[in-house]
Design a binder for this molecule. Structure first.
Ligand SMILES: NC(=O)c1ccc[n+]([C@@H]2O[C@H](COP(=O)([O-])OP(=O)(O)OC[C@H]3O[C@@H](n4cnc5c(N)ncnc54)[C@H](OP(=O)(O)O)[C@@H]3O)[C@@H](O)[C@H]2O)c1
Length: 286
């Protein structure tokens, strides 16, 4: 059985490739350029661009199943529907789609609205599918090393109520299970860790782990968006601001029921932010 992974050079897609290889699947990756080193032996790389239907069709020919991940880009919906439409035309047996937790409650957030539309197509057009809906990626915070260890600030405006988090390793395992085992057709799985995370909670946790005071920067969304515009395109800063403000105003918390369902799917408890932070603090101290 051959499985095409999109986004396979990225954070989650790379882990999905490893999990599939571990389970003996024959994996092909659609990549924009041929990597200098093919980290996973035996993985076929096909070059193409998700905005180019000809190259997407070449990548999908001869494939049985698709793991569909799209980057947060302004044309995310077009990219996703090109891949989905061609997979449907070629008669693929299964598509596992990487969506996002509570996708239907944040329709004013551009990348959530795109994913909701793709989920709609998956449910409408009959190709067997599984949808994965992860919370805030725990590993996003690997990018906070300087803020935490130098400035002493936890800068993500996650609010105080507690939001759902997800470890990328659990997302990858769930994806591989859905693509290599039976019984996941038509299922939507929330990928959520056992504990909620918050701005002040994460600041306190990192304070303990790093042995220094870390302050939560608060949640001034105008200021946060303005700061992010220096580091990413304006549309992207806006999109992420709307997401974070939405979490704050409407909530993004997961439930014990959702955690229990994921535990059954994975065969182990999902990983927590605390475990990740503990491992990471040790590495940063080296
Ligand atoms: N971060 C979070 O907290 C969070 C939470 C829930 C859901 N998500 C979702 O997770 C996804 C991002 O996952 P990630 O962090 O693993 O992404 P990532 O590391 O940014 O990787 C993006 C991948 O997409 C590929 N790509 C981008 N544009 C492409 C194009 N035109 N054609 C072909 N490939 C293209 C990139 O390839 P190149 O190597 O060529 O750039 C890369 O492999 C998004 O859909 C996001 O909404 C994120």
């Amino acid at each position: 059985m051959k499985i095409l992974v999109t986004g396979g050079t990225g954070n989650v897609g790379g882990k999905v490739v490893s999990e599939l290889v571990k389970r003996g699947a024959d994996v092909r990756v659609l990549a924009r350029k041929q990597p200098e080193e093919n980290a996973e032996t035996g993985v076929e790389i096909v070059t193409g661009d998700m905005l180019d239907p000809v190259s997407v069709e070449q990548a999908l020919r001869g494939v049985d199943k698709l793991f569909l991940l799209n980057a947060v880009v302004a044309d995310e919906l077009t990219q996703a529907l090109i891949a989905y439409g061609i997979a449907k035309r070629l008669g693929l047996k299964h598509v596992t789609y990487l969506s996002v937790f509570k996708v239907d409650q944040f329709r004013d957030v551009p990348h959530f609205a795109s994913k909701l539309a793709v989920e709609g197509a998956l449910r409408e057009f009959g190709v067997p599918f599984t949808i994965l809906r992860p919370g805030y990626y725990i590993q996003n915070d690997l990018g906070l090393k300087d803020a935490l260890t130098k400035a002493g600030v936890y800068p993500m405006p996650l609010g105080t109520a507690g939001i759902a988090a997800a470890d990328m390793r659990d997302i990858a395992e769930a994806a591989a299970i859905s693509l290599t085992e039976d019984g996941h057709e038509g299922q939507t799985y929330d990928i959520v860790s056992p504990t909620l995370i918050s701005g002040p909670g994460n600041a306190a946790l990192w304070s303990d782990l790093l042995g220094k005071e870390i302050k939560y920067a608060g949640h001034d969304f105008d200021q946060w968006e303005q700061g992010m515009r220096a580091r990413m395109p304006g549309w992207s800063a806006y999109d992420l601001r709307m997401m974070l403000q939405g979490y704050f105003e409407r909530g993004f918390a997961s439930t014990e029921t959702e955690v229990a369902r994921l535990t059954r799917l994975l065969g182990h408890k999902p990983r927590s932010y605390e475990e990740f932070a503990t491992e990471t603090a040790e590495l940063w101290k080296l």
